[in-house]
Design a protein around this ligand. Structure first.
Ligand SMILES: CC(C)(COP(=O)(O)OP(=O)(O)OC[C@H]1O[C@@H](n2cnc3c(N)ncnc32)[C@H](O)[C@@H]1OP(=O)(O)O)[C@@H](O)C(=O)NCCC(=O)NCCS
Length: 165
């Protein structure tokens, strides 16, 4: 994220999230009311982009997941071992505050998530996302994600394609 006035960091309860307003009220509410509990219960990890020190400008969550081999496009599945499923990392949520939209922050958060997943010592075949609507799916396709043939709002990007930093 060179040149951008943001700092990426694991979520901390001391960060200021009171004023966070993305276009998605459920994603705003999640950050306000739910994320701390999910982190404590180890069902999600959360990473934030901070502007002006402690103010959250964007965030995403990561958790373990799996993809059924039968759900993948045939061209992807045929390159994989014949296990019923392959491990994945799910980016469950991604949101950017309205005041910071269109400045590359969403793309930078996505790149950070891909980098973290690719650097992990725990193997995962892909980063997967459940897009909340068609516009979100278009955002992920723009970044190279591939939709599942029978479930176009679920998309994945093989981590073998990621250049590790
Ligand atoms: C989707 C979202 C995260 C994008 O954040 P952003 O900071 O505005 O996006 P960026 O400025 O990083 O855009 C990066 C690139 O994606 C493109 N892009 C942005 N939204 C897009 C969309 N809906 N469809 C296709 N491309 C899109 C931009 O044109 C840009 O392209 P470029 O790099 O070739 O110039 C933000 O709009 C948001 O928080 N939306 C509400 C929540 C949401 O929909 N989350 C998605 C996960 S469910």
């Amino acid at each position: 994220m060179s040149g951008a006035p943001f700092r990426l960091a694991p979520f901390d309860a001391a960060h200021d999230r009171t004023g966070f307003r993305s276009d998605s009220e459920p994603l705003n509410r999640y950050l306000r009311e739910q994320v701390t509990q999910d982190i404590r219960r180890r069902v999600a990890a959360c990473f934030v982009a901070l502007a002006d020190g402690q103010c959250i400008a964007g965030y995403y969550t990561l958790a373990s997941a799996s993809l059924m081999l039968a759900d993948l496009p045939a061209s992807t599945g045929k390159k994989l071992p014949r296990y019923p499923s392959v491990p994945a990392v799910r980016m469950g949520r991604l949101a950017v505050d309205q005041g910071f939209k269109g400045r590359g922050l969403g793309g930078a958060l996505l790149a950070d998530a891909l980098d973290r997943a690719a650097r992990s010592e725990i193997a995962a075949f892909a980063l997967m996302v459940d897009a909340k609507d068609d516009a979100a799916a278009a955002f992920y396709r723009h970044h190279g994600f591939i939709a599942l043939p029978d479930s176009p709002l679920t998309l994945f990007l093989p981590l073998t394609t990621i250049q590790r930093s």
